[in-house]
Ligand binder design. Structure first.
Ligand SMILES: Nc1nc2c(ncn2[C@@H]2O[C@H](COP(=O)(O)OP(=O)(O)OP(=O)(O)O)[C@@H](O)[C@H]2O)c(=O)[nH]1
Ligand SMILES: [Mg+2]
Length: 363
């Protein structure tokens, strides 16, 4: 089950207590203080991992605790440090303080960590308290309590490209055709109930991530269909691809779907969710072009969308028509964007579509 929100309590381990003890050795009349220190309590640490994909694990377990530190022992033995508790979360998990709503961390890279609660320090054993006047102190200090906090997690998937479109336009078929994702595909609407991520291989060494989200319909902002809840998972993408289809007009069934109208309706829905989304780089693809009645509409639609200044392509996810060109167009846009972002894995200047050698320095 796909769960993208969670709220729970975490507590670090408390430190172990220091000990009061004296050296007892045969033939040594009065041993000095020898009580060991307590160990440190374990930390609670969130770590981003590609091995988990949702926050489902947190639905039932409401309390997470790291181990306490061991108490100090005799003979100056320090207590064991409590084991840190590592909590694995998916990449793209935002961590908030649930009480103040302050964002504490955004774990976007494999292995990145955030210490949410620090373990308490161990107490000091009486070995530390001997003075010239008191050679046999009976004083030791208790361990400090560990930090505790109520955490709210929010998962916002990380993808370079997001697919949006009405149900059944073929988004899942498309992601299955070009990436390693294997989502469910079927001829009825709302087949996809949760986002899918897929990795697309492009030009041998490079890859990017594409997200397929459940279909959207008119009125989604009012909760129609599955609503707009999944749009947050494409909020972090650099490129949105509107997938369109031409629906067959049947004699007995008058659906008022039309690709240009579909595009405008979904644009409004995106805007209602986050006005910034429609400012994002966008592309339009007409899918199912293996069907003659779809192909017939291609020129008209191309003229319309290119007139709007949008990149427009015709593809068929089923027959794989034009998918190579489609991947190329995505790769160019996504990785060019990364160059602008100065992110890792971007294109070298000579790989860019609009490649021009850098200007020579003027003397
Ligand atoms: N002829 C043809 N059929 C396609 C093509 N792509 C998808 N389909 C069919 O369209 C139907 C819906 O495909 P999906 O990939 O499940 O559509 P979706 O957009 O993911 O739908 P939701 O998950 O419900 O939003 C399936 O029956 C597919 O086989 C295509 O290129 N050509
Ligand atoms: Mg689908």
């Amino acid at each position: 089950m796909f769960v993208d929100e969670a709220r729970f309590y975490v507590a670090a381990g408390s430190g172990g207590d220091g000990m009061v003890a004296f050296r007892r050795e045969k033939y040594v009349p009065r041993g000095g203080p020898a009580g060991g220190d307590g160990g440190k309590g374990g930390d609670v640490i969130f770590v981003a991992s590609t091995e988990v994909n949702t926050l489902a694990e947190f639905r039932h377990k409401r309390h997470w605790r790291a181990d306490a530190g061991g108490h100090g022992g005799p003979k100056q033995m320090t207590g064991k440090n409590g084991k840190d508790l590592y909590i694995r979360v998916p990449l793209g998990t935002l961590i908030f303080d649930a009480d103040t709503d302050e964002q504490l961390a955004d774990l976007t890279k494999e292995g990145s960590e955030f210490i949410a609660a620090k373990g308490g320090r161990g107490g000091l054993g009486n070995q530390h308290f001997a003075t010239s006047r008191n050679k046999a102190p009976r004083k030791a200090t208790p361990g400090k309590p560990g930090e505790e906090i109520t955490i709210r997690l929010e998962l916002k998937l990380l993808a370079d490209v997001g697919l949006v479109g009405y149900p059944s336009v073929g988004k899942s078929t498309l992601i299955a055709a070009i990436s390693n994702a294997r989502p469910k595909i079927a001829a009825y609407p709302f087949t996809t109930l949760a986002p899918n991520l897929g990795v697309v291989q492009w030009r041998a060494q490079r890859e990017f991530v594409i997200a397929d989200i459940p279909g959207l319909i008119e009125g989604a902002h009012e909760g129609h269909g599955l609503g707009l809840q999944f749009l947050k998972h494409i909020e972090r993408t650099n490129l949105l691809v509107h997938v369109l289809e031409v629906t067959k007009k049947l004699e007995d069934h008058d659906d008022d779907r039309e690709p240009i109208k579909d595009f405008e309706v979904l644009r409004q829905e995106l805007k209602r969710f986050n006005p910034e989304l429609v400012e994002r780089p966008q592309m339009v693809v007409l899918n199912k072009c293996d069907l003659p009645y779809v192909q017939e509409e291609a020129d008209r639609l191309r003229e319309h969308f290119e007139g709007m200044g949008l990149k427009f392509m015709t593809i068929s996810a089923a027959s794989r028509e034009n998918l190579g060109e489609f991947i190329e167009a995505l790769g160019q846009r996504v990785l060019n964007q990364r160059v602008d972002d100065d992110r890792e894995g971007g294109l070298e200047w000579w790989e860019r579509e609009d490649a021009l050698p850098p200007k020579a320095e003027e003397e």
